[in-house]
Design a protein around this ligand. Structure first.
Ligand SMILES: [Zn+2]
Length: 320
């Protein structure tokens, strides 16, 4: 019988788990609330207990497993399997995650950054078609990403590789949480899109439901912007076009350097679907190097929330 992989997707509100075959078929899934109290010191023991408990209730034994892979927020030290600076987990200090989980479960363990792991998931079982060269961009409250080049995740010198959200797309533009101005994240995240809409509304006097809502002080979201754009609301279309413009420029800049086979766009904002993707593709065509314009395909992510556990599990394939 083929051995199984365990994938863990650690987030600020839930911890998702899955047991997969070594070919990436999800066989069991479960989740836990993340207990971030007491400086997040319950998180790792909760993970250990939950894995041991579920292996038990599924009537399985440890020797049926290849290992455990996990995606985490924060900064990962790949040499010793520690994580720090994960502020939504209350992990300020370095956490010996690998040591504690290996000790507690008796299984081999490997950890990587959550966006990198989602990139691996989409590459393996989603829109990335198991290609050797895939870029993943996730659009949520922020913009994250992962780069797989020549079959390897790009970690960079200190693990900060693949921070696509902080690519500069507008010199002197909106101030980003990172301290710089004009990062992609400020234009293509859920919050960035709302800010663009507010700025556009301020300068627009024509007929638009979106601008009327903003002028009335109604709360708007990126979903409202795209829904109105799909109904042909003039201002909403302008905002959607601009978001696509920045995303397409960023995608072209990445593609001009890496020539990936696929750039996969996921995260909550990507629910806008082909409507958004078409704007991105137009802008990509404008900025991409001619060869890359043909070789790189832009696609929507396919795995949704499962990308994290599937990609995390794929990390553990290195123990096969
Ligand atoms: Zn930034």
């Amino acid at each position: 019988m083929n051995k199984k992989l365990i994938g863990v997707d650690l987030g600020g509100t839930t911890i998702k788990f899955a047991i997969l075959t070594d070919t990436g078929e999800v066989q069991q899934k479960w989740s836990l609330r993340t207990n971030i109290l007491d400086d997040g010191r319950h998180i790792v023991p909760d993970i250990v207990e939950s894995i041991n408990h579920h292996i038990d209730i599924y009537g399985m034994t440890k020797d049926q497993f290849i290992g455990i892979g996990m995606g985490t927020p924060g900064t990962v030290n790949f040499a010793n399997g520690t994580v720090k600076g994960a502020f939504n987990l209350n992990w300020r200090e370095s956490q010996p995650v690998q040591e504690l989980i290996e000790e507690g479960t008796g299984l081999k363990f490997v950890v990587d950054n959550d966006a990198n792991v989602a990139a691996l998931g989409e590459r393996w079982k989603g829109a990335g078609n198991n290609s050797t060269d895939v870029v993943f961009i996730t659009l949520g409250t922020g913009v994250g990403g992962g780069v797989i080049a020549n079959n390897q995740l790009v970690h960079g010198a200190v693990g900060a590789g693949g921070e696509l959200g902080h690519m500069n797309v507008q010199p002197g533009g909106y101030l980003c949480t990172c301290g710089n101005h004009g990062c992609l994240e400020r234009y293509a995240s859920a919050t960035g899109i709302v800010q663009l809409a507010q700025d556009f509304a301020e300068q627009y006097v024509g007929n638009s439901k979106l601008s009327a809502m903003i002028n009335d002080g109604e709360e708007i979201t990126s979903k409202i912007v795209f829904d109105l754009a799909k109904e042909d609301d003039y201002l909403a279309v302008k905002v959607a076009e601009k978001v696509g413009y920045y995303l397409g420029m960023a995608s072209a800049n990445v593609a001009n350097i890496l020539d990936p086979e696929f750039i996969v766009i996921g995260g909550g904002v990507s629910a806008a679907g082909d409507f958004l993707l078409d704007f991105v593709k137009n802008s990509f065509q404008e900025f991409a190097f001619p060869t890359v314009r043909e070789s790189t395909k832009l696609k929507l992510a396919e795995l949704g929330n499962d990308a994290g556990v599937i990609g995390a599990a794929s990390l553990a394939k290195k123990f096969m």
